[in-house]
Design a protein around this ligand. Structure first.
Ligand SMILES: CC(C)(COP(=O)(O)OP(=O)(O)OC[C@H]1O[C@@H](n2cnc3c(N)ncnc32)[C@H](O)[C@@H]1OP(=O)(O)O)[C@@H](O)C(=O)NCCC(=O)NCCS
Length: 137
């Protein structure tokens, strides 16, 4: 498995549609509000097969990681963690000193293992439990 910066976003969009829209029931308009311009899209590849993705948006010293997903039959092999690490590395390269994200509650342990701490109280969005988290350096 390797992670690359996607030259085009179509494969990342297809993965996000499969996981967030079809598996988790997030409305298409919430997952794809038309804010992809300028974002860094990461793609995890198993051979030539796209298995996971994550997105990083840089806003000055703050980077936001989002839309992390791995296909259901490819999970629990370290791909999600590798994507988080690649996203943090991309944020550092871009000069960010803080990385923020909104974790689906199930994924908080994954982010905590990568140095993220909870910020504020858990909340619900799109019918799913979320927790804001951040990491600074
Ligand atoms: C969250 C997700 C990206 C993790 O991908 P993955 O490739 O399975 O993750 P990894 O194999 O790298 O797991 C890393 C660690 O996180 C933990 N973890 C991952 N997903 C978890 C979950 N849903 N619940 C609890 N722990 C989880 C694993 O136990 C693992 O820890 P370990 O190695 O100490 O056992 C994947 O489950 C997914 O796409 N879920 C649906 C979409 C989603 O929730 N995205 C996150 C949005 S914030």
């Amino acid at each position: 498995m390797r992670i690359e910066t996607a030259p085009r976003i179509d494969r990342c969009v297809a993965l996000r549609r499969a996981v967030f829209v079809e598996e988790l029931g997030v409305p298409d308009s919430v997952e794809f509000p038309g804010d992809e311009d300028g974002a860094i899209h990461l793609l995890a590849l198993d051979g030539t097969v796209a298995v996971g993705t994550a997105r990083v948006v840089i806003d000055g010293a703050v980077a936001k990681i989002g839309h992390l997903c791995v296909l259901p039959d490819k999970r629990s092999r370290g791909t999600g963690r590798a994507l988080v690490r690649a996203a943090v590395a991309a944020a550092r390269r871009a000069g960010a000193t803080t990385v923020t994200l909104t974790a689906l509650r199930d994924a908080t342990a994954l982010y905590a293992g990568e140095g993220f701490v909870p910020v504020g109280a858990p909340f619900e969005a799109a019918g799913l439990p979320h927790q804001r988290m951040e990491r600074r350096w």
